[in-house]
Design a binder for this molecule. Structure first.
Ligand code: FPP
Length: 228
């Protein structure tokens, strides 16, 4: 499932909220609302840069290990974000969906997810996929289990449901995938930036997309020039 060039699938590991806040003498959790603002800016900028699908890592299944106060602040923020951004998403043709487990999320978040998904279902400009309580290893294991011994590459891709990732960006200076879209990003171009997520601007997204277009994607084949 390789998307065409005019249907770029970008994925972002939004890292650096805590350090951004600490550097300003603020409690770590203060970085997350600033991160939500950065996400709003990114969603607004993405369609004009040719991005049609945007998958962002909002909460990994390993993030449950964080202090209870931080987890609770994040869940409240997801609730608020979904409620606050719903109308704007409808207006701007953004279709929202959530990937990841839902059974461990606080009950207050579930109606907001369902309502945002339902209200934005007709959105054609951008598909925004929020990964919440998401683990790529778990998703792959669940897809394989569903296929019951009949897994092939194509069937697993279909069972996972998301298209292949073209461009994967990680902010915050770390250079790892942290259990995010491991299958879907098999041939993704990786862009790592030291910019902390709350500081991430439309210009940073544009720079990552330009970097993506400057690379030759060979998918394991030889360079085009070698065939001439
Ligand atoms: C990583 O930064 C960020 C998260 C674990 C949470 C991501 C959440 C947001 C960007 C908030 C907005 C999202 C939505 C969907 C409203 P970190 O806290 O690990 O930062 P650090 O590496 O500096 O500690």
């Amino acid at each position: 499932m390789r998307p065409s060039d005019d249907k770029l699938h970008a994925a972002i590991i939004m890292d650096g909220n805590g350090r951004w806040a600490t550097a300003r003498g603020l409690p770590r959790v203060a970085g997350h609302p600033a991160g939500a603002e950065a996400l709003r800016r990114t969603v607004e900028a993405a369609p004009d840069l040719g991005i049609r699908i945007l998958t962002v890592y909002a909460f990994s299944s390993d993030n449950w290990q964080r202090p209870r106060t931080e987890v609770s602040a994040l869940m409240k923020l997801f609730h608020m974000y979904l409620r606050r951004e719903r109308a704007r998403c409808v207006e701007n043709g953004v279709r929202v969906s959530i990937i990841g487990r839902r059974d461990r999320l606080p009950t207050m978040v579930l109606p907001e997810i369902e309502s945002a998904e339902k209200a934005t279902v007709e959105g054609k400009k951008l598909q925004l996929r929020l990964a919440v309580d998401y683990s790529s290893r778990e998703a792959i294991a669940a897809a394989a289990k569903k296929l019951n011994g009949h897994a092939t590459r194509d069937r697993l891709s279909a069972a996972l449901g998301g298209p292949d990732v073209d461009l994967l960006i990680r902010t915050g200076g770390e250079q790892r995938l942290s259990d995010f879209l491991l299958w879907e990003a098999a041939y993704a171009e990786l862009v790592f930036t030291p910019v902390m997520w709350p500081d991430f601007q439309a210009s940073d997204l544009a720079a990552a997309v330009a970097e993506f277009h400057s690379r030759e994607r060979r998918f394991g084949a030889v360079p085009k020039v070698a065939l001439a």
